[in-house]
Design a protein. Structure first.
Length: 603
């Protein structure tokens, strides 16, 4: 009995859709790329409930005839290629003929389209690859795709979609990658009838500024090199604008976004010794390569591209970025114009010496004036010394950690009231069992985290109003994250107002952080949230926000502390629920036992 049989087209289309259509952002990517290939000058994208309920893409391209509209939803039906050799001469975004049938297989699709040579258009309706109706209709030139109830017939796929905030962020990210490639096309993106991004046709630099804000305009250095192997254009950021998080890094090949870690190393190599370790500058780099020298037919998402001569392009890219930095970096020149400057005389030993200013000081001041620690801290430190003295000390390779269990109040402690700061990084204090070493930054992160988390839960933070509101610009993808965080930021003490178009006004900041730049602090918080993704629950969002605030407001390494400040850190640290580790699992303190110290000096 024969057991092998051909799958029905509807099942085959659903299998293909699993690779091509992974989420609502995949639908928008495919439909917008088709609109670009159709020669559109204006493209509108409208989503409802982050694409779960509805996705609509409207363009003013060439449109389709009645026959083409029906044939477009058949598998491997395409106008982009005719034979296998055409794969190595591609000048369009799509070519497989899989996108539309894959979308139709897992959604309810309505297509309205008309060509300029036709008097009336065509309205085609499909439900799960099945054609429901096709009829003539009056409509403008171009195409209008409406995709409703994505994954309605694949409930398992629909169930595993992320939250609306996460899916909308993915939509905006995919949309930005296309917008950055075609500055000569006007784009609009709406979410639940609210405009998220609207960019007019213009130059490439203008497009980048429209998407990511005017601040980026002052940071960009142009790159332009033309060789027989490829042409490289675009912009790279100035070295001083490199940052650890939130940089914008894009590679495009023949108008197609790609990921390429190897080329990223070439860019970073050009910035060697010009940027701090761990920081990355922004860059928008466009490759123009002969289609015969690349292969984009590797993965359905088309973000992985093979080059025939990667090593040669790597060298050209590295030289182009170095040339841009060398030509356009602002290097301070020698200033020979000294007219009007104060005359600083040359030292002459024969002349009478200048009187040295006297120094006033208080000879009775004693920096080692003792202060008593709180009872709670004393009992906890006593427990620490008691554990060490009772034989529970660890080896020198495994320093003693602070126990988290409840402490008997009857224990006493012998803790030095004076502390020593070592190399601007560690707070060292003597305890009965030996020498306690505390990482000052990590300790303050733990202290701040628990304080901010408590403020969020009790809604007890206060706001300090700014004399003049500060203006802040966010990209659409970061704006999605900020919108969800706004209520919690207000509870934390931030007064942030949405002005529309990605602009926000900061009128107030949490009391007690006036020493920090509120704009940089807010950007860092949003960047941290973007990297970790949108939290699924309110508690997870509170945890992310509290940790981000604590990291960016904690005492920095290298900051000189007074004895009172170090005493405050010790007291507040041991009042925390966990004095051993930061919220992200980094060790805060260790104990060097007295026996080990004695052994070092008396081997």
């Amino acid at each position: 009995m024969d057991i092998i049989q051909l799958l029905p087209d509807s099942v085959a289309n659903q299998i293909a859709a699993g690779e091509v259509i992974q989420r609502p952002a995949s639908v928008i990517k495919e439909l917008v790329e088709n609109a670009v290939d159709a020669g559109a000058h204006t493209i509108q994208v409208l989503v409802t409930d982050a694409g779960r309920t509805s996705i609509q893409v409207i363009d003013d391209g060439c449109g389709m005839s009645e026959t083409d509209a029906r044939l477009a939803f058949e598998r491997h039906a395409t106008s982009k290629i005719r034979q296998a050799d055409d794969l190595f001469a591609l000048h369009t975004m799509g070519f497989r003929g899989e996108a539309l049938p894959s979308i139709a297989a897992v959604a309810q699709v309505v297509l309205t389209t008309r060509m300029a040579t036709d008097e009336v258009g065509t309205c085609l309706t499909l439900h799960g690859s099945r054609v429901v109706s096709q009829e003539p209709v009056a409509c403008p030139v171009g195409s209008n795709f409406r995709v409703d109830n994505l994954f309605f017939n694949v409930p398992a796929r629909r169930k595993f979609l992320k939250s609306n905030a996460t899916e909308l962020n993915n939509i905006v990210t995919a949309f930005e990658r296309i917008v950055l490639v075609y500055p000569d096309i006007a784009f609009q993106l709406y979410s639940n009838q609210q405009e998220m991004l609207s960019v007019r046709a213009g130059t490439l630099r203008q497009r980048i500024v429209d998407v990511y804000g005017k601040r980026l305009n002052q940071e960009l250095l142009p790159v332009d090199v033309d060789t027989a192997l490829c042409r490289i254009t675009g912009f790279v950021g100035k070295p001083e604008t490199a940052r650890k998080k939130g940089s914008h890094n894009f590679f495009f090949v023949n108008g197609r976004y790609m990921r390429h870690p190897y080329f990223h190393k070439a860019v970073m190599g050009a910035y060697e010794r010009l940027v701090a370790e761990g920081t990355v500058p922004s860059y928008f780099i466009y490759f123009d390569v002969s289609p015969a020298n690349i292969d984009v037919n590797i993965h359905p998402t088309k973000t992985e591209i093979k080059f025939e001569d990667e090593q040669g392009i790597w060298q050209i890219l590295s030289a182009a970025v170095k040339d841009a930095i060398g030509h356009f970096s602002n290097i301070t020149a020698i200033d020979f114009d000294t007219e009007g400057r104060p005359d600083i005389p040359v030292f002459d030993p024969q002349r009478q010496s200048v009187q040295i200013p006297s120094v006033q000081y208080n000879p009775a001041y004693n920096p080692f004036h003792s202060s008593r620690s709180s009872g709670a801290v004393a009992s906890q430190l006593s427990m620490l010394s008691d554990l060490t003295d009772s034989g529970n000390s660890t080896s020198p390779e495994e320093p003693t950690l602070f126990p988290d269990e409840d402490l008997p109040p009857s224990l006493l402690v012998e803790k030095s009231p004076e502390h020593y700061q070592y190399k601007g990084r560690y707070v060292m204090t003597a305890v009965k069992s030996g020498l306690m070493i505390i990482d000052q930054h990590r300790a303050d992160v733990r202290i701040g985290y628990e304080r901010y988390l408590d403020q969020l839960r009790r809604h007890s933070a206060s706001t300090q109003k700014l004399l003049f509101p500060e203006m802040l610009q966010f990209s659409p993808s970061d704006g999605v994250v900020l919108q969800r965080m706004l209520p919690d930021l207000q509870v934390m003490g931030f007064d942030v107002s949405d002005l529309g178009g990605g602009s926000y006004a900061v009128s107030g900041i949490p009391a007690g952080i006036d020493a920090y730049d509120p704009l940089s602090l807010l950007r860092n918080i949003v960047t941290d949230a973007s990297e970790h993704g949108s939290a699924a629950t309110a508690d997870e969002l509170h945890t992310q926000l509290a940790l981000s605030m604590a990291r960016h407001t904690a005492i920095a390494y290298g900051q000189v502390l007074t004895n009172d400040e170090m005493e405050r850190i010790v007291n507040e640290l041991f009042a925390c629920s966990n004095a051993n580790y930061t919220p992200d699992g980094k060790l805060i303190l260790a104990i060097l036992p007295q026996t080990d110290i004695d052994h070092l000096l008396n081997p």
